[in-house]
Ligand binder design. Structure first.
Ligand SMILES: [Zn+2]
Length: 157
């Protein structure tokens, strides 16, 4: 029989992790559902429209976005189906994620995928066509977040 994923819903997984993103070392905007690894944003139609949206509305947006409910530790390596072993990612990141029994290695990989870093930032900008304003704030945060970017910048001259 094919494996049917009866695990937690996206809204349940988001509820579980919503206060832990900072501990993991990533930034997730509750109002703009996007991939937890690369930050891929599927477009404003999934965004929370109002600043004072109810919790139910926010959960509804996370429930609708077509992110995959990835296992942090694969089932084949003994990972559970519960929300503590789930992470919402785009298809691309799901394909790339490390096959490891150690959550720490997974989270290290997640931080490395972050759209705040060099090449993937370019890719991300191209994919989503971010506005000038957003671009400026991303570039500013790149400068303060990523010491590599200044080195790459001077090499490019
Ligand atoms: Zn992704």
């Amino acid at each position: 029989m094919p494996y049917i994923d009866m695990g937690p819903s996206r809204a349940e997984i988001f509820s579980y992790w919503k206060d832990s993103f900072r501990d993991i070392g990533i930034f997730i905007d509750w109002g703009e559902p996007s991939c937890w690894a690369c930050g891929f944003h599927y477009g404003t139609k999934y965004d929370v429209k109002s600043a004072d949206a109810s919790w139910k509305t926010i959960l509804g947006c996370w429930q609708k976005i077509p992110l995959q409910r990835c296992h942090i530790v694969p089932r084949s390596l003994g990972g559970s189906d519960g929300p503590s072993n789930r992470f919402l990612m785009c298809r691309e990141c799901h394909d790339l994620q490390p096959n490891t029994p150690f959550p720490d290695i997974f989270f290290e990989w997640v931080r490395a995928q972050s759209h705040i870093g060099g090449e993937s930032l370019q890719k991300w900008k191209k994919r989503c066509g971010v506005s000038e304003l957003a671009k400026t704030s991303i570039e500013n945060s790149t400068k303060s977040w990523n010491p590599r970017s200044s080195r790459l910048g001077s090499m490019a001259k």
